[in-house]
Design a binder for this molecule. Structure first.
Ligand SMILES: Nc1ncnc2c1ncn2[C@@H]1O[C@H](COP(=O)(O)OP(=O)(O)OP(=O)(O)O)[C@@H](O)[C@H]1O
Ligand SMILES: CCCC(=O)O
Length: 360
């Protein structure tokens, strides 16, 4: 009997996979891919056969058959700007995932692998709340330079999932709440949600607070000077901004636990940098409060960094005047994916069709 859901969440160096019966996670594994294995492929999209085979082998090793699955769900990637929701993976979507319509990102592989496995079984493949979710109000698209509109690229999957959870906790529907959600991971997205919609956000790869390994917003004049200094290629500078920026740039580690340890041992410089990150996060939360005209039901701190009480306290001290703060440490993207697919499988929601929702 077909009853299981397979969730696939490709990251830069691993693919998280999980098998769900209803919303119960019955198996989960982080399938790691070595640099050696991945370096054989020129583009991320070229890794699809390799990662798919790794997933199929894992399913077999765990003693499951593909005939037990009712749907396959993958994390969606840098598609065209699109409304939030669960989407059926269509051929047009696959074309955009393969070219990386808004850029290359490991999550582009989620939908591609999901559809390939689903097609072999004659079942449906879905993606849920991809990075390309765009619910911006028009005013948020204006940057200050007509050639460079602001874009919505956001940790939408976790932000929507934790928002649904906190809305439920306060006995409201998602479309009845105004939240500010700070997703504090390797990258940081701080978003104001108006009636549940992400109406603005910093782009975690190039704006907002600095994060464990990304530089966040920089003084643009100095950035242009560095870019034209002849010291770096485009690729090198991008790597410096995303991967070697933020805490890595200042302290040589992307691990917040290591930073906390150094602070506890009396390292004043580590404390300054950690506090600066908290300061920038709090400042971004304050900006989101202005976007919502001060009408904020909750501030939510989520992602791996929210396990740090030290960081949470530094942020809360500066933003508690705005609203009550909820901590949802870590992320549960696998459950968020499964729940997105389940809402469709159970008939609570209709799957959106990419071609109907985006400008082609
Ligand atoms: N218990 C903990 N205490 C403090 N920091 C932690 C803890 N666990 C994880 N972190 C920190 O959280 C950060 C990573 O967060 P997370 O795992 O959510 O990010 P990611 O999934 O790799 O990236 P992204 O969220 O951008 O996709 C790292 O800096 C890590 O050190
Ligand atoms: C831009 C938000 C998503 C990511 O950085 O992974």
């Amino acid at each position: 009997m077909r009853e299981l859901i397979l969730a696939i969440n490709p990251g830069s160096t691993s693919t998280k996979v999980a098998i769900f019966r209803g919303s119960d996670n019955i198996r989960q594994k982080n399938l790691s891919h070595s640099t050696e294995e991945l370096s054989k492929f020129e583009k991320i999209a070229d890794q699809y056969e390799f990662r798919k085979e790794t997933i199929l082998n894992w399913i077999k090793e765990e003693g499951f058959e593909l005939s037990q699955f009712i749907a396959i769900v993958g994390r969606g990637g840098l598609l065209r700007p699109m409304p939030s929701g669960t989407y059926l993976v269509t051929d047009k979507m696959i074309d955009d995932l393969k070219i990386g319509y808004q850029g290359e990102h490991a999550s582009n592989l989620g939908g591609i692998i999901a559809k390939s496995i689903a097609d072999s079984q004659g079942i449906s493949a879905f993606i849920v709340d991809p990075v390309a979710v765009d619910e911006f109000e028009d005013i948020a698209r204006i940057s200050g330079l007509p050639e460079i509109p602001r874009r919505s690229l956001v940790h939408a999957l976790n932000i929507k999932a934790v928002s649904r959870r906190i809305a439920k906790k306060i006995n409201k529907n998602l479309n009845e709440v105004n939240f500010i959600v700070a997703h504090l991971g390797g990258g940081i997205s701080v978003a104001p949600l108006k009636n549940g919609k992400i109406i603005d956000v910093n782009n975690a790869n190039e704006g907002g607070p600095f994060s464990p390994e990304r530089c966040g917003g920089l003084p643009v004049g100095d950035l242009v000077k560095i870019a034209f200094s002849g010291k770096y290629t485009y690729k090198e500078l991008k790597k410096k901004m995303v991967g070697q920026g933020g805490i890595v740039g200042y302290l040589g580690t992307n691990d917040a636990r290591e930073v906390v340890k150094r602070i506890e041992q009396g390292d004043e410089y580590a404390k300054l940098i950690f506090e600066a990150m908290a300061y920038q996060i709090a400042k971004e939360i304050g900006a989101c409060a202005a976007v919502l005209c001060g009408n904020v039901d909750r501030i939510i701190l989520t992602g791996g960094l929210a396990y740090s009480n030290m960081l949470n306290e530094m942020i809360i001290d500066r933003v508690k005047f705005i609203s009550e703060v909820e901590i949802v440490a870590g992320e549960d993207e696998m459950l968020a994916l499964a729940e997105g697919a389940l809402r469709v499988v159970n008939g609570e929601e209709k799957a959106k069709i990419y071609e109907d929702e985006v400008r082609i």
